[in-house]
Design a protein around this ligand. Structure first.
Ligand code: 1CP
Length: 379
């Protein structure tokens, strides 16, 4: 065979087999996306069906996750791309979901900033040496934090290949106030009272703290996009502890900076900007303000009425949510009816079906099947 013919054959082979979708990673083309309903919904384009995924869709309600966790510590799973990918894939093997979300935790940022984070069974995350006084901020190590998070990028790149284009891969981060809360409280808290006291007693240091976290988050999200994340979600889960006034003062400016700086950086580097979701749990009081921050999608918890939310955010934002995770414990017929009703209220345009917060550990597997099927059949 002549050299020219061989070259032609090679080109045809490459075109057929490695069509590139989005080159997130500089050297590796990814498989073409087959189901892009999630991304289309986020951009306000027409969808074949309402996309559905579930916050914490990989996790303790799945027996195969429990089994894997018996063998490996939580953060070992996060730090080992093969294991993180295996857990990310588990819900996709069982359910006809329209998205995957990389397995990790919001607390990997505090870890990369030098704090010890342990996962205690039945308790959740514990930070044994929390940030107590402003002087403790000196213990944080923002230099090099991004390189200590490179395992998340590795897991994302590996997962994009393993998905073979089946559904988009979502990357995520905790938002500044939520991370600050865990870092001051030393773990989860019913009230976030120590962190709220900081806002009142050390307002200037609180700003420093939130800005330091914002910088780390922008670096981290940029890295996730470069690694292949096709959409990003920012979890401001602890917004629920703040008043509207506090949310506007202590969350909104940082959430805006995250979005603006990320778009700016990606644009300057000619990297395609991916859709972004803001999920500020308990901040239904500020939906209009949230809709003005530049995010494509606003996640809703179950306390918000779909029609009221749509009126507040206008037609150009996609809404995500918002079934009460507790409804997953109802009998299948009730769950099916509630899900169908929810999808009818939101409609097919600019909507991503989800729960209003993470799925809880005792949820029956069959409820996930009912939920996903009901969403897909509703419209
Ligand atoms: O032992 C275990 O296996 C721990 C259970 C667990 C899991 C499965 C934790 C501890 N984190 C996770 C994974 C996780 N965390 C994901 C995985 C991806 C997915 O499938 O969705 C995500 C997106 C998170 C994000 C996360 N972690 C949030 C934001 C979302 C939310 O629920 O509000 C928060 C607040 C955390 C902290 C955290 N990590 C784990 C627990 C139990 C908690 C909450 C603790 C508390 O506040 O009481």
């Amino acid at each position: 065979m002549s050299f020219g013919l061989r070259l032609l054959c090679l080109c045809i082979f490459l075109l057929k087999n490695v069509k590139t979708d989005q080159i997130g990673c500089e050297f590796q083309p990814f498989p073409v996306l087959k189901n892009d309903n999630l991304l289309r919904a986020a951009r306000g384009e027409v969808v074949d069906r309402v996309p559905v995924w579930v916050m914490r869709q990989a996790g303790r309600y799945l027996p195969e996750f429990q089994e894997l966790r018996k063998q490996h510590d939580f953060f070992t799973v996060c730090r080992t791309p093969e294991l993180a990918c295996e857990v990310t894939m588990q819900p996709l093997r069982r359910f006809d979901l329209d998205a995957s979300i990389i397995f990790s935790d919001i607390l990997v940022i505090p870890q990369a900033l030098g704090l010890t984070v342990e996962m205690h069974a039945g308790v959740g995350p514990v930070l044994p040496q929390p940030i107590v006084v402003p002087e403790d901020l000196k213990r944080l190590t923002p230099d090099g934090a991004l390189s200590r998070l490179s395992y998340v990028g590795d897991a994302i790149t590996m997962m994009r290949h393993k998905l073979e284009g089946r559904v988009p891969l979502i990357g995520f981060t905790g938002a500044p106030w939520t991370l600050m809360g865990y870092m001051i409280e030393g773990g989860g808290s019913k009230t976030m009272s120590k962190a709220k006291a900081w806002l009142n007693e050390h307002p200037e240091d609180s700003k420093l703290f939130l800005n330091l976290l914002t910088d780390a988050i922008v670096d981290y999200l940029e890295m996730q996009v470069k690694a292949g994340a096709q959409m990003l979600q920012v979890f401001e889960s602890s917004a629920e502890h703040l008043s509207k006034e506090q949310f506007l003062q202590w969350c909104v400016p940082y959430l805006k900076r995250i979005r603006d700086e990320l778009v700016d950086r990606l644009t300057k580097k000619a990297i395609p900007v991916v859709p972004m979701t803001l999920f500020a749990k308990g901040a239904g009081h500020s939906l209009k303000e949230q809709s003005e921050l530049g995010y494509d999608v606003i996640g809703l918890d179950w306390t918000v009425d779909p029609l009221e939310a749509r009126n507040l955010v206008g037609p150009n934002i996609t809404l995500q949510g918002n079934l009460d995770p507790q409804d997953m414990y109802r009998d299948p017929d009730e769950l099916r009816n509630l899900t169908t009703e929810m999808v009818h209220k939101f409609g097919k345009s600019r909507y991503i079906a989800n729960l209003g917060h993470g799925i809880t550990p005792q949820t029956p597997i069959t409820s996930m099947e009912v939920l996903v099927e009901a969403v897909h059949k509703a419209l």
